[in-house]
Write a protein that binds this ligand. Structure first.
Ligand code: CO
Length: 134
């Protein structure tokens, strides 16, 4: 069902420092900071030849990233995102197999303006998984 790795998301305490490091020390192609108030995050995408890295930083008072950074003050991998062709079919198949979808199970429009869902980390080896329809 799952296709390509779309991105790995890293929660970072300092977006500018992360962007400078990836641009400088790692020589990566780093995009601009984009505020996404609906998701409570500011994001920066790093384009790699085969996938993307997504830096996440809290935005606003109720950010889903704030608690993660409290527990991981130096930052850390927050989620990985796999591509799926049909997100409703993927959701139905996964919930039928017993996996939990976060929220009410309705896909939201994600950082790339495509429908996304998140799967409970306890059902997937301790890793929060995002599915993105492409
Ligand atoms: Co993501």
């Amino acid at each position: 069902m799952i296709g390509r790795l779309n991105h790995v998301a890293i929660a970072v305490p300092d977006l500018t420092a992360a962007a400078d490091q990836y641009r400088g020390a790692l020589g990566a192609s780093v995009g601009p900071a984009i505020a996404q108030p609906a998701h409570g995050v500011t994001v920066i995408f790093v384009e790699l030849p085969n996938t993307k890295i997504e830096f996440l930083h809290p935005l606003g008072d109720d950010s889903p990233i704030a608690k993660f950074l409290e527990k991981n003050p130096a930052g850390g991998i927050h989620h990985i995102c796999y591509e799926v062709e049909d997100i409703i079919a993927a959701r139905d198949q996964l919930t039928a197999s017993g996996a939990r979808v976060l929220g009410d199970g309705t896909p939201k429009i994600g950082a790339h303006n495509k429908p996304v869902l998140f799967l409970h980390p306890k059902d997937f080896q301790g890793c929060l998984i995002e599915l993105e329809e492409v």
